[in-house]
Ligand binder design. Structure first.
Ligand SMILES: Nc1nc2c(c(=O)[nH]1)N[C@H]1C(S)=C(S)[C@@H](COP(=O)(O)O)O[C@H]1N2
Ligand SMILES: [Mo]
Length: 330
């Protein structure tokens, strides 16, 4: 099916509010009969397919937030290294829900990312549940170039789109009892076959202290490479904490819980001797089974010395002053 589009909803960001983008897009769908077709099909997955036929292409086109991308880069967050090609970043992933190897991108396409409800609960003034598109329609987005350093000693440089996690914390209104933020990935073994492996403690859980969660570097990611997040990156919402090993950057989040007790994360449950709560990058603290002194930048494999806090010490070292009794680097 070929559809001629007027593209009135693709006006530059500066000329329209996000809400107007959505309304115009809806109008477009009605006038072309697509919305009725979608309604008749009755499901979100079908509507993704219908929109995909309108020519946006796989990945970007199926996502109702596509019209918000690309956004301006915040040049305050940049990296003195070459950006990883999109082809590499989108085909070499850790996402154990879809397999314990790096080639999970095609398996991850089974994840339905609409509707996507997010719950905020625990020590907050009022628990909330909202839809990802309600959030995306309201929150200002920016692009940041961030390092990504996996505990396995490979590294990338990725242009993430998103917003500071602090904005979500402020919106949630945590009480004074909240000491940690616990984040949880979806649980759906029917689509994520890795979750059928019952020896893993599903769902994937990660946590930050409130000081970490409200640090300017802690970033909620909604997109990458100028497009809505592809499923393999953890669509529609994942974390980026670039001063920590990559496993802290939990994917496909459905729940944010403000809690008094330190959460035990997925990898910490599996092997507390190798993966701790803090997981800050440090060249001088080896993993029990390998050195962290250097890292391989993908795809070239070029070897660079690892930097303390992955090069972000100026922004985050202050968080850890006084925490001398903690294993901050594992
Ligand atoms: N839910 C979930 N989140 C996850 C993982 C995972 O397996 N499941 N892997 C982590 C690890 S080890 C890394 S290095 C990064 C990888 O992110 P990327 O695939 O976007 O590069 O995601 C992290 N977040
Ligand atoms: Mo990782």
């Amino acid at each position: 099916m070929l559809i001629k589009r007027t593209r009135s909803w693709e006006l530059p960001e500066s000329l329209v509010t996000p809400e107007a983008v959505f309304l115009n897009r809806r109008k477009f769908l009605v006038s072309s009969g697509l919305l009725m077709a979608t309604a008749a099909l009755g499901g979100c997955e079908e509507s993704e397919e219908v929109v995909g036929l309108a020519g946006k292409g796989k990945g970007a086109g199926e996502d109702p937030s596509a019209a918000r991308y690309p956004v301006d880069r915040n040049e305050a967050f940049t990296v003195e290294r070459p950006m990883t090609p999109e082809k590499t970043a989108s085909s070499y992933n850790n996402f154990y829900e879809f397999g314990s190897h790096k080639s999970i991108a095609s398996a991850a396409q089974a994840l339905p990312i609409r509707p996507w409800e997010i719950t905020i609960d625990g020590e907050v003034e009022k628990p909330l549940t909202f839809d990802i598109d309600d959030l995306l329609a309201r929150v200002p987005l920016e692009e940041r170039l961030y390092r990504l350093r996996c505990v396995e000693a490979w590294a990338m440089v990725i242009p993430w789109t998103g917003f500071p996690l602090k904005a979500l914390v402020d919106y949630a209104k945590p009480t004074s009892k909240a000491k940690y933020l616990r984040m949880e990935t979806f649980l759906d073994p029917a689509v994520a076959t890795g979750q059928k492996q019952s020896w893993y403690p599903w769902p994937y859980v990660e946590g930050l202290t409130m000081a970490e969660a409200t640090n300017e570097l802690a970033f909620m990611v909604t997109g990458a490479y100028g497009k809505p997040l592809l499923k393999q990156y953890g669509a529609p919402l994942r974390l980026a904490t670039p001063w920590k090993y990559g496993f802290k950057s939990v994917k496909s989040i459905v729940r944010f819980s403000f809690v008094a007790e330190r959460p035990v994360s997925f990898w910490e449950k599996i092997n507390p001797n190798e993966y701790g709560f803090w997981a800050n990058v440090n060249p001088e603290v080896p993993h029990p089974r390998w050195s962290q002194a250097t890292e391989r930048l993908l795809p070239s494999g070029e070897v660079y010395p690892t930097k303390i806090y992955n090069g972000y010490g100026d922004q985050v070292a202050g968080i850890y002053a006084g925490l001398t009794d903690q294993k901050l680097f594992m």
